[in-house]
Ligand binder design. Structure first.
Ligand code: 4AD
Ligand code: MG
Length: 466
């Protein structure tokens, strides 16, 4: 069997017929009659299957019986032009070896129930479906494009720690990391004695690599992180995960305008990359789940994103409210926008992606650059159709005095942040950065409606299976 080299199905489908080939994969379907069987085989390299034609006289009946949906096999034969529609070539089988049988009575991936909800309960087998094959290939392509984008610009990929003692976003929704015996926690004056813990202090999983990212940027100039982040917020929504991946570029000498320009260029690059490199998978998803997907992707790369301040956006929303638009959460200056507000701005008012800036300081993190009005900070959120917030970032407060005052105002510990404050103490520079939620991007470029369907093994409240 292995006397010739195996070719991946993606490449086979583009190969000129007339040669002997070896393919390996999993059976998607088998049909046919007594004389001949048609077996659709997929190896995950592409959304498309290769058709294997197996005449009954060439093969043992027992072997043919073992070829069922989900079984795995190797097939050697001639690559010939396919008379059937839908594929240019097929394999006229000479030899078939079944690697693994797959009991049709027990195999969970049957045609009957392939709803996305059901597939989440069998996430260990999801990669074998067309849908998750497509999602996983697009996810990979986006990860590759992210590294390429920053590498081409001379950014340094910085690995920031996952275990940390700081709460970068000040949100307080962190998972604690401990080796203390939870049945018998050591105490000192009635409180947990963290000096007995593994790190000798209280530590958690990081919510963001930004603070350490700034340490890198204020040395090597331009960095980006790309890693998992963890948030214990109890938001069971189609857009939140407890464990998600984030890309956080951080750039010395960038002001908020430079930051916005980079964010816009970055997401457009990624969407364009998907359109140029993942079209087979996009066509499948467009047809099966979201017939506006490709059009929506094209539309964002062709337009200039709207740029509006938070205050201007509040005025737009208030005006809409006065004219009869209803929101579940009423709008007022000072409140954090809900996804319904973000989507109104993007989908109804502007009809394109929106970059919001200059938020009330009380709804944003301590590190954002303070504006002269004393009320707002130089944050920015990029809002996308169907998704809402896809990027959050800001210009950073570069003044030592203002940063320390803000830390005090918020009753945060300066002592724990001395290392961070040092960047402002020694050769401080204007600098900016942002975070792109990787799975939010994937929602946009796959058309999936639930964030649990764009990550292989989702972690959400009450769910950490697999
Ligand atoms: O807006 P966020 O909280 O910003 C930060 O963490 C900054 N430190 C980023 C920076 O300036 N370097 O999160 C950034 C992005 C959001 O816009 C969203 O796309 C995504 O991360 N995100 C989530 N994605 C999935 N599940 C969650 N629970 C998310 N929380 C945030
Ligand atoms: Mg945010």
């Amino acid at each position: 069997m292995d006397s010739i080299k195996r070719t991946k199905i993606k490449d086979l489908l583009k190969t000129e017929p007339g040669i002997e080939v070896l393919a390996k994969g999993w059976v998607r379907t088998k049909r046919g009659n007594k004389q001949v069987k048609f077996i659709a085989v997929n190896d995950g390299s592409t959304i498309h299957n290769i058709q294997v034609v197996a005449p009954a006289e060439k093969f043992d009946e027992e072997l043919i019986k073992r070829i069922t949906t989900g079984s795995s096999l190797a097939v050697k034969g001639q690559l010939v032009p396919s008379p059937g529609s839908g594929q240019a070539v097929e394999i006229q089988a000479d030899e078939i070896e079944v690697y693994g049988d797959c009991d049709p009575m027990r195999y969970p991936l049957q045609k009957k129930d392939t709803s996305l909800e059901y597939l989440r309960t069998i996430a260990h087998l999801r990669p074998r479906t067309n849908t998750f094959g497509a999602v996983l290939r697009i996810r990979h392509a986006m990860a590759f494009a992210i590294h390429k984008f920053f590498n081409d610009k001379g950014f340094v990929y910085l690995n920031t720690p996952l275990i940390t003692e700081s709460d970068a976003e000040g949100a307080g929704d962190m998972f604690e990391v401990t080796t203390l015996n939870l049945d018998n926690v050591p105490k000192h004056n009635g409180k947990v004695d963290y000096s007995k813990d593994f790190f000798g202090k209280r530590t958690s999983l990081t919510v963001s690599g930004q603070l350490e990212g700034e340490l890198g940027a204020t040395g090597v100039g331009e960095i980006y992180t790309f890693g998992p982040t963890f948030r214990a917020e109890n938001s069971n929504t189609p857009r939140h995960l407890a464990e998600f991946w984030m890309i956080e570029p951080e750039m010395a000498f960038y002001d908020i305008s430079d930051n916005m320009a980079l964010a816009e260029e970055f997401v457009k690059y990624l969407v364009k990359y998907a359109l140029e490199n993942c079209m087979d998978d996009l066509l499948f998803l467009n047809e099966k789940y979201d017939d506006g997907l490709i059009e929506r992707m094209r539309s964002v790369i062709e337009v200039d994103f709207a740029r509006v301040t938070y205050t201007e956006a509040v005025d737009i929303l208030l005006k809409a409210q006065a004219e009869g638009q209803t929101f579940e959460f009423p709008v007022a200056w000072g409140v954090d926008f809900q996804s319904e507000h973000e989507r109104f701005l993007v989908e109804k008012h502007f009809g394109k992606p929106v970059i919001l800036t200059d938020f009330p300081k009380d709804i944003k993190a301590f590190y954002m650059k303070q504006n002269d009005d004393g009320k707002t900070v130089r944050g920015m959120d990029v809002l996308f159709p169907k998704i809402g917030e896809i990027i959050g970032g800001s210009e950073r407060e570069a003044s030592l005095e203002k940063l320390e005052n803000r830390i005090d105002e918020l009753h945060m510990s300066r002592k724990n942040l001395e290392w961070y404050i040092d960047t402002r103490r020694f050769g401080t520079v204007p600098h900016s950065g942002f975070g792109l939620g990787f799975e939010r991007l994937l929602l946009f470029v796959t058309g999936m409606a639930n964030i649990r369907d764009v990550i292989p093994f989702p972690r959400t409240p009450k769910n950490a299976d697999f």
